[in-house]
Design a protein around this ligand. Sequence first.
Ligand code: GAR
Length: 209
Amino acid sequence: MKRIVILISGRGSNMEAIVEACAAQAWPARVAAVISNRADAAGLDYAAARGIATAVVEHRAYADREGFDAALAQAIDAQAPDVVVLAGFMRILTPGFVQRYAGRLLNIHPSLLPAFTGLHTHRRAIEAGCKLAGATVHYVTAELDHGPIVAQAAVPVLPGDTEQTLAARVLASEHRLYPMAVRWAIEDALQVDANGVVRQRDGAAQLML
Ligand code: GAR
């Protein structure tokens, strides 16, 4: 059984989708722990109710990013994970932390990368007149929102969309995309080639919704 650790900062709906897919599809893995940088992250309650170990490493308790990342790494390593999943984890990670988990650290970002790295992705997509928006699962590297792309989901930007309506449409696509990509990582179905491009063993790595 492989072990998954999921890091969250808030609602945790992507974490929920992964926990549920792992159980429903009988992955050869289990979610060993859910860790948050905020004690008030709503997703912690869901995880605890599912009998999953939870931990909080408050970023505010540390003077700098290095100190926080060291404490976070300690909590993660205690679970000996095969895959570490960032699911709405809203902290910038130090290069040392990223290096420690190289090749087993995944993130989901609410845009079709490399467009719209950073924050306010939906507002920026609407303002730019994009006709498609979406989400990207990628390996985490030291450069924010720039790691090798594992899979993407595309959704339409519809006339009259607001930041909220577009965010809801993209989030629904995330709930299908992220479990799919985490499962591939668990099943060792992903390979990163010399150019830093991810190949998925069975082909298609996109959802068009
Ligand atoms: C998701 O939309 C995720 O893509 C985004 O935060 C939301 C978390 O929702 N992540 C980022 O913006 C990372 N830079 P959730 O807590 O319900 O999964």
